[in-house]
Design a protein around this ligand. Sequence first.
Ligand SMILES: C[S@@+](CC[C@H](N)C(=O)[O-])C[C@H]1O[C@@H](n2cnc3c(N)ncnc32)[C@H](O)[C@@H]1O
Length: 296
Amino acid sequence: MAKRGVQNFGGSWTEEKLASVQKYLAAYATIMQKQKFKFAYVDAFAGTGYREQKIQDTTSSESLLVSALAGEEPQKFLDGSASVALKVEPRFDRYIFIEKNETRFKELEALKSNFSDKAKDIQLINADANTFLKDFCNKNWRSHRAVVFLDPYGMQVHWDTIKTIAKTKAIDLWILFPLGSGVSRLLRRDGQIDQAMKEKLNNLFGEEAWYDAFYEKKKQQSFFNDDSTVEKVANFKSIEKYFVNRLKEIFPSVAPNPLPLYNSKKVPLFLLCFAAANEKGGPTAVKIARDILGKT
Ligand SMILES: C[S@@+](CC[C@H](N)C(=O)[O-])C[C@H]1O[C@@H](n2cnc3c(N)ncnc32)[C@H](O)[C@@H]1O
């Protein structure tokens, strides 16, 4: 049974994802503390702040003790992205955690007591991330900067939200793109994608041109008719390229090497992508992100 206040998700790819973002936040805060800007960390799919992981090694004394005391399967309770960010040094000026699910949102409250030195700078928002971010981004960013982390389970991020982030010219964006977990599965081999699923993909890519990029028309000549069918030509690499190019259309700097996050069957569930909205700071930001993504 899951302990209250933690979420059960991910495997070692979750570790990779969080380690990459953590490294970036530390590098970012080190640079920003020497500048005149107030800077925030915005976690738009914050979860509960913590997560749980089944302990694989059931013979270790630690796991045996845990399970003996709890009377359940051995588990470890680990930091989620929110608590990872709160531990980063140097610290950020402000932390904004958004979570739509009410139960999970209530659990986020614990961050304020667990990080009491930062409690007054933690803002908790129980809302849809897309709605909140549009409003948040439409502020005056002259003396403010932020890192936004979009870490959805699936295809919940709308392209309009990404566009609004880019328009601030002040935000560095980390985003989890649902490559194998969402997009690739929706792209049926025969191209017969139902309208609701098409809308989801339109929302994610911000245009309909993906269909022509991912499918090729094939003419089938028969004696009486010239029928045409479509065939899927997209693969993981071409979908990745398409999304990175979309980011490049609206951000001045984008990391060219998103990190594929594989499940145990070696399917790239997600791509961890990075883009920077500020013309001046973008190249440095991408250099740091590119190194992190290349090494993780
Ligand atoms: C993968 S989990 C986040 C994990 C978290 N970043 C961590 O590392 O601990 C995704 C979270 O997004 C929340 N969520 C889903 N749709 C949302 C939306 N439209 N706006 C805000 N939160 C949403 C889910 O309830 C879930 O808690």
